[in-house]
Design a protein around this ligand. Structure first.
Ligand code: 5GP
Ligand code: MG
Ligand code: MG
Length: 181
């Protein structure tokens, strides 16, 4: 019962579902006849990726990439490392990156530069959450689910020490959860 570790729910399951429908309508319109490659960033974006792609009603392809910048800590190390690269050649492709949250912007800043270097035709970002106060690198998402305050959040893909990714909502942990680690 991991729900007992949650102090408060910031974004409910119903709000996420509704927002995925809205974002899906925008993406369907913007990507009609473009056959974009939708790139999910493992592992945090998995629940959002699964929900959002089912609301996009046009031809798309999926791929995944795993990068790390945080380790198991709650503060960014500032380094970005590729753990798993794409299977697809992105040259000339329209890319839509799906991310769980933008905080410092380092991860996405690195990925956008990388995909431009690899000659993608266009690179856009859809993120479930945006934490604008955390920004260090000047980067913005093209589509944002929700803004969140400068707090560490978990659930719906977001982890603390690899736990809580499967919560169906986004919330804040009780302080004692960190203290017992
Ligand atoms: P950035 O590179 O923008 O600082 O951070 C991006 C990554 O850091 C996210 O994809 C996520 O994995 C992690 N991250 C940033 N803020 C949070 C947060 O509030 N909670 C969790 N669980 N992970 C976060
Ligand atoms: Mg992530
Ligand atoms: Mg993490």
């Amino acid at each position: 019962m991991q729900g007992k570790d949650i102090e408060k729910i910031l974004i409910s399951k119903e709000e996420i579902t509704q927002r995925c429908v809205e974002l899906g309508e925008m993406l369907t319109k913007d990507y009609k006849e473009k056959n974009p490659l939708v790139v999910g960033i493992l592992k945090g974006a998995v629940p959002f990726m699964a929900d959002i792609v089912r609301e996009i009603d046009t031809y798309i392809e999926l791929d995944f990439m795993d990068v790390s910048s945080y380790g198991n800590q709650t503060v960014s190390s500032g380094e970005v490392k590729i753990i798993k690269d794409l299977d697809t050649n992105v040259e000339g492709r329209d890319l839509l990156i799906v991310e769980d949250i933008i905080d410092s912007g380092r991860t996405l800043g690195y990925l956008v530069d990388l995909f431009k270097y690899r000659k993608a035709k266009s690179v856009k970002i859809v993120t479930l959450l945006d934490k604008p106060e955390g920004r260090v690198v000047d980067i913005q998402a093209d589509y944002i689910g929700f803004n969140v305050p400068n707090e560490f959040v978990v659930g719906y893909g977001l982890d603390y020490a690899e736990a809580y990714r499967n919560l169906p909502y986004v919330g804040v942990l009780k302080p004692e959860v960190y203290q017992s680690n």
